[in-house]
Design a protein around this ligand. Structure first.
Ligand SMILES: [Zn+2]
Length: 479
């Protein structure tokens, strides 16, 4: 690590600016005038996001969970049953002058004035946040019926609940079991102002663990996580957070049960594994009045952002039997499970990851501005396994014999399924700087010596140390 002059308190927009400039992220529909709350991932952004998703998949599949994929368009009846039609709402105010609506939670504390025009605000009731659409086309001459009414899902969880019977059979009628899903979800935010954080279309990665209610207090693997120390902000203490092990938190009753505690610990483990510093993570318990309509206990994993302050990146909820019961009664379907204790409706523990926010948290955590000699360097210290480009291959000079050898090294690495980039233009310093900025962990340089000793120079991003490595061993070194 080059500690000299390394700085984390960079100007607030540096990370977002770098993300835009280097192809991580861009506003959607920009050429038509962008709409707030929509972002596109560029070549590097999509690469990083995919790697985070794959790591997440592997993490939960190691728990023995299976992944499914359900639809984004969902008929009205589902959200009638789930309570979203009635409760997935935000309280709003309306500007009496410009007639814009604002979300109360964020905008009332700017006073009673409209943040856009300074007009007076008045209460405007609850507005539902689901995007509405319809399925098919109504018969000619007939009224639009509620039967064709549909919504884009605001969470992926409902798709899992609707599949419960099939999933139970797949699991040979035994509890507990877990199902995961990664997919797009939608919230028609009323006035999204925190551009990267409050999105209208976003990726959720959700886990639904189905467990018999009386087993919630004994997770078979709880001992393995009980000593993990977290920063907790329980609902009972509003101002101070406390360091507590998960074991203590469950024993003292701060966390509702072992299953919830276990999955909170797993969330912490996953986020830390991505490279988000532990000191920047805390778990905040929801107050009764802020809990979603389905939850009985809920904790948010929050990341301390330089730009946005504490922000929620994962929610872990004990949804109880709310969802299965609701769908059982609305659809007249039996959602119960036969157990030794008789017929029961399982409870659901749900870790729900906001992947776009995690993506932002990762970029911010990885971003460093460093003074190296007379130069400033910006660098993304992404974990090697997450970096969209694993290594860049350079010919030292723009000469045919060096280029040819560099191409050969490049092609061999690509053939070995290592995602590398070839860059033959500009000074070597400039090429290093570009790779530092996009987070490439290794740069491989081919020089005239290479043509004689069949070895290359590998420069490591974080230390900037250079080592000489025989070409035959490059693949091993990168792995
Ligand atoms: Zn106004």
């Amino acid at each position: 690590m080059t500690d000299t002059g390394s700085s984390k308190g960079a100007p607030k927009d540096d990370v977002a600016e770098l993300a835009r400039r280097r192809g991580y992220l861009g506003q959607a529909f920009e050429i038509y005038g962008a709409a707030a709350g929509f972002y596109d991932y560029g070549p590097l952004g999509a690469g990083l996001k995919r790697r985070v998703e794959n790591k997440w998949r592997d993490f939960y599949m190691r728990e023995g969970f299976y992944e499914i994929e359900t639809t984004s368009v969902v008929p009205r009846s589902v959200f009638e049953a789930s309570g979203h039609l009635e409760s997935f709402t935000d309280p709003t105010v309306l500007c009496t002058r410009c007639k814009n609506f604002f979300r109360v939670a964020e905008d009332l504390d700017v006073g009673k004035k409209c943040p856009d025009c300074g007009g007076m605000l008045e209460a405007a009731g609850e507005i539902n946040l689901m995007f509405q659409t319809r399925i098919g086309v109504p018969k000619a001459g007939s009224e639009e019926s509620t039967k064709s009414e549909a919504y884009l899902r605001p969470e992926t969880a409902q798709g899992i609940f609707l599949n419960f019977q099939r999933l139970l059979r797949f699991n040979r009628d035994k509890l507990p079991f877990g199902i995961i899903q990664i997919g797009k979800a939608y919230r028609n935010e009323i006035s999204p102002r925190q551009s990267l954080i409050r999105l209208r279309e976003f990726t959720l990665a959700e886990v639904e663990v189905f467990v018999a209610p009386r087993d919630k207090n004994s997770h078979p693997e709880f001992d393995a996580v009980a000593d993990r120390v977290l920063q907790l902000l329980p609902a009972s203490s509003n101002t101070n957070y406390e360091e507590k092990s998960v074991g203590e938190a469950v024993r003292s009753g701060i966390m509702a049960n072992e299953y919830l505690g276990y999955h909170i610990a797993k969330v912490d483990e996953f986020l830390e594994g991505l490279g988000i510093p532990h000191a920047k993570l805390r778990f905040r318990q929801h107050h009764r009045d802020e809990m979603a309509h389905y939850a009985t206990d809920c904790w948010d994993a929050e990341f301390l952002s330089d730009r946005y302050g504490w922000m929620e990146i994962v929610g872990v909820a004990d949804r109880g039997d709310y969802d299965l019961k609701a769908h059982a009664s609305s659809s007249n379907t039996d959602m119960s499970v036969r157990t030794e204790q008789g017929k029961i409706i399982p409870h659901v523990i749900e870790p729900s990851y906001g992947m776009d926010r995690i993506f932002y948290a990762l970029l911010e955590s990885a971003y460093y501005k460093e003074q190296v000699g007379k130069e400033n360097r910006q660098v993304l210290k992404l974990k090697s396994e997450l970096a969209p480009i694993k290594a860049a291959v350079f010919p030292l000079l723009n000469r045919a014999e060096l280029k040819e050898k560099a191409r050969e090294v490049f092609q061999n690495l690509r053939d070995a399924s290592i995602f590398v980039e070839y860059d033959g233009s500009g000074s070597i310093g400039r090429r290093y700087r570009r790779q530092d900025e996009i987070g490439t962990p290794y740069c491989i340089t081919i020089d005239y010596e290479t043509l004689e000793d069949d070895a290359v120079t590998i420069r490591e991003r974080d230390t900037m140390k250079q080592v000489r490595v025989p070409i035959a061993e490059v693949e091993k070194v990168l792995a």
